[in-house]
Design a binder for this molecule. Sequence first.
Ligand SMILES: Nc1ncnc2c1ncn2[C@@H]1O[C@H](COP(=O)(O)OP(=O)(O)OP(=O)(O)O)[C@@H](O)[C@H]1O
Ligand SMILES: [Mg+2]
Length: 270
Amino acid sequence: MSVNIEVEQYKIRSEPYYHSQSNEIALYEAAYAARLPVMLKGPTGCGKSRFVEYMAWKIGKPLITVACNEDMTASDLIGRFLLDKDGTRWQDGPLTLAARVGAICYLDEIVEARKDTTVVIHPLTDYRRTLPLDRKGELIAAHPDFQLVISYNPGYQSLMKDLKQSTKQRFTALEFDYADAHTETLIVAREAGVDAGVAAKLVDIAHRARALKGHGLEEGISTRLLVYAGNLMAQGIDAQDACRMALVRPITDDADIRSTLDHAIDLVFA
Ligand SMILES: Nc1ncnc2c1ncn2[C@@H]1O[C@H](COP(=O)(O)OP(=O)(O)OP(=O)(O)O)[C@@H](O)[C@H]1O
Ligand SMILES: [Mg+2]
């Protein structure tokens, strides 16, 4: 399959719904224009991935997303030789493909990946803009349109798993958080198809839960979970049941916290 055909599938055809929180769209556009690498920081489910999809659509470049995990090696990103009936054949990994064709490459949860993985992005993210394929003996000069974006949940990382300064300092960074109550209400209403009054109640519950972060809750209720609760309600599920299932049970196993949150739900939806 030629690279051009392959990359077609990474183009985003219709406008993703994204509600901006601040001036992040203009900041990202400037970073892209200068071809600076961008790091998106923020808690789970606050809109980082949606933002990259939206920006890739707006700028009109293909987006190649890689969900990183602890088993991921540098070869998973760069590529490897495969054995087939005619012998060996090189297959580009997603990072190499993005660098060749000029895509935006989004490495989601980069800290999860092994240390050797972060090193391969170094020459791509400084003035060199190159990617050495050591095994293949090839040095790729990144396509002028190529950009690297990584996401990073501060807070969740142990000291052992933090990114090195030499990696961090190759990126510009945008800090994300859950949107303000008004904006989050609009997002939840639109994404879940519930009316604004219901969405506002879901956001109210989220605010009560977020206040418990660090006091028995590791993380507050994300926008993603609010959308889930709305999705269940749009299916005809009773509000309290939907909230217990989507907002409370996923985030805690602690009986006290659970009953505190269940109580908040009963109050809000009484
Ligand atoms: N600003 C926003 N505009 C539109 N939808 C949003 C926005 N913020 C959050 N959402 C909704 O929340 C959901 C979760 O957002 P997203 O997947 O982008 O989170 P994330 O920050 O990438 O989380 P993770 O770190 O877990 O990958 C989206 O699918 C969307 O429904
Ligand atoms: Mg994401």
